[in-house]
Write a protein that binds this ligand. Structure first.
Ligand SMILES: *Cc1c(COP(=O)(O)O)cnc(C)c1O
Length: 353
């Protein structure tokens, strides 16, 4: 319901629509790209070590220990790292730090919905560049732009990835523009991270999250990596908006998760194996499956429309994501769950015509 007290920007906003969280029955939840496996046991231990009494203190506003752990994990200096409350917060800080109202911002026509939402929230002029027919990013479209740009790599909801070499080409061709690369799914695309490039380019900001591969969507942990000058800009915003952006429980959990690299590798390996198996089977069934570098599959059924398939699956207890949008209306985004969940999904798909 609108109020006459709302500002014009609030009235005009079209807020982000999160994936359905339905509680009326048990669903196989393949709609928000969460991890089907629990976080590292070290996370449970870190949570158990928390005491209520400690909560009377403000948390460390710099998240110093977590920042040091993130830096060490990636061979960076702490000045090149900002720990955030989910990568969404890192993205919001970037929108606030590097733009003025009315500036242009570029991103693909089919990508993470939050870029459009933030662009509207902060009064920017968004320019959507169409993906190619096969849903890949045409890098030439991003050369010599007159505004900063955002790329999810791998992209969502399509699942395709650019190589670090292709990202470098875009960064090189926009020396006076900021290139933000959102690597929410990068752990599912081994060898594809462009993080290394921040040592050579001061106009590249890389954003990552603990929500997907580290199974911590409920904790709200993410990070931005870039030249110290970029991180300095983000910190100016953070300290003008929410200095205590990470509570102490989140900081402790983040440190614990980072300490268990072997567990991350094992989780990712299982999910990739399941992804490849399901992808091959769906292709056999006549589905179009876009090659995925993520923990989800973007799938078109040979005969059913996207909304029909979505409804069939929901009726049969499987939640997936459907985007009623031009070009992708007949595709569904299906999170890679456990092998059991995916077997149930495949059995259902075999039964639909
Ligand atoms: C899931 C996702 C995010 C948000 O992650 P949080 O860290 O949970 O805020 C950001 N970008 C993309 C492309 C995502 O898919």
């Amino acid at each position: 319901m609108n109020s006459r007290l709302w500002g014009r920007t609030t009235v005009a906003l079209q807020p982000y629509i999160p994936g359905e969280q339905v509680f009326d029955r048990e669903y196989s939840k393949l709609n928000t790209n969460e991890c089907p496996y629990p976080p590292s046991p070290l996370v449970a231990a870190a949570l158990a070590a928390q005491t209520a009494s400690d909560l009377r203190r403000y948390p460390d506003p710099d998240s110093s220990e977590l920042t040091a752990a993130l830096a060490a994990a990636h061979g960076l200096r702490p000045e090149q790292v900002l720990a955030c409350g989910g990568s969404d917060e890192a993205l919001a800080f970037a929108f606030m730090a590097f733009f003025d109202r009315g500036d242009r911002v570029y991103f693909p026509d089919i990508t993470y919905g939050f870029y459009r939402v933030y662009s509207d929230l902060f009064g920017l002029a968004a320019v959507e560049l169409p993906l190619r027919e096969d849903f890949t990013v045409g890098i030439e479209d991003y050369f010599g732009l007159d505004g900063h740009l955002f790329l999810a790599n791998p992209n969502a909801p399509t699942g395709t990835a650019l190589t670090p070499g292709q990202i470098e080409e875009i960064v090189r061709r926009n020396p006076d523009r900021l290139v933000v690369v959102d690597e929410a799914y990068i752990d599912f695309a081994p060898g594809m991270s462009c993080l290394e490039l921040i040592h050579r380019y001061d106009n590249l900001l890389v954003v990552q999250t603990f929500s997907k591969s580290r199974a911590l969507a409920g904790m709200r942990l993410g990070a931005a990596f870039g030249d110290a000058s970029l991180i300095g800009g983000l910190n100016r915003i953070k300290y003008s908006f929410n200095p205590y952006n990470l509570d102490q429980v989140s900081q402790a959990v983040g440190i614990a998760a980072l300490a268990d690299g072997a567990y991350l590798a094992h989780t990712v390996e299982r999910i990739i194996a399941t992804r490849e198996r399901v992808s091959a089977r769906l292709t056999q069934l006549g589905c179009e499956v876009i090659p995925s570098s993520t923990n989800f599959l973007f799938v078109r059924h040979p005969s059913l429309s996207g909304s029909q398939l979505y409804q069939n699956l929901k009726r049969d207890g499987v939640l997936v994501r459907h985007f009623p949008k031009a070009r992708i209306d007949n595709f569904l985004r299906v999170t890679v769950g456990t092998d059991g969940e995916m077997d149930q999904f495949i059995t259902l798909m075999e039964g639909y015509q």
